[in-house]
Write a protein that binds this ligand. Structure first.
Ligand code: TYD
Length: 131
């Protein structure tokens, strides 16, 4: 269910470089980038879905677990590599757990921030995805 995206790494003896481009290695136009850091490992985040928004998430430092739920199945992906992102489509419930202290989680988003796009209640989400 979780769709991983492997970014090409341009590496040489000076180190590594990764380039992310909208509609190329990222499957949408990137309108917003945000990052989460300075997190507590005891405080999970997320616990919502988006009606329209699509995102790609990856850790450029440290690690966290991204739990994805499509209403039928749940899957947890360990994000611990700057060259592996996970695609999070619309109407996907997500939770982030087990942040390492050094975690920097970067999220690329297809739309500007819009609180109206959030579904923050799991029971409402389940009803909306029921066929
Ligand atoms: P939220 O999306 O709930 O964070 P998480 O899913 O990581 O737990 O957002 C936390 C707060 O930050 C909330 O008050 C909304 C605000 N926020 C913005 O102002 N802009 C943004 O792009 C995002 C993602 C959140």
């Amino acid at each position: 269910m979780a769709k991983l995206i492997y970014f090409d790494v341009v590496g040489d003896n000076r180190g590594n470089l990764i380039s992310l481009e909208g509609l190329k290695n990222i499957p949408f136009e990137i309108k917003r980038v945000y990052y989460i850091y300075g997190v507590s490992d005891k405080e999970p985040r997320g616990f919502h879905a988006h009606k329209e928004l699509k995102q790609v998430a990856f850790c450029i430092s440290g690690s966290c677990e991204m739990l994805l739920d499509d209403g039928e199945r749940r899957e947890s992906v360990l994000l611990n590599n700057p060259n592996i992102g996970v695609f999070i489509g619309s109407m996907t419930w997500r939770e982030m757990h087990n942040f390492s202290k050094d975690c920097v989680l970067v999220v690329l988003a297809s739309e500007y921030y819009n609180e109206d796009d959030y579904i923050r209640d799991y029971d409402i989400y389940k009803k909306m995805v029921e066929r």
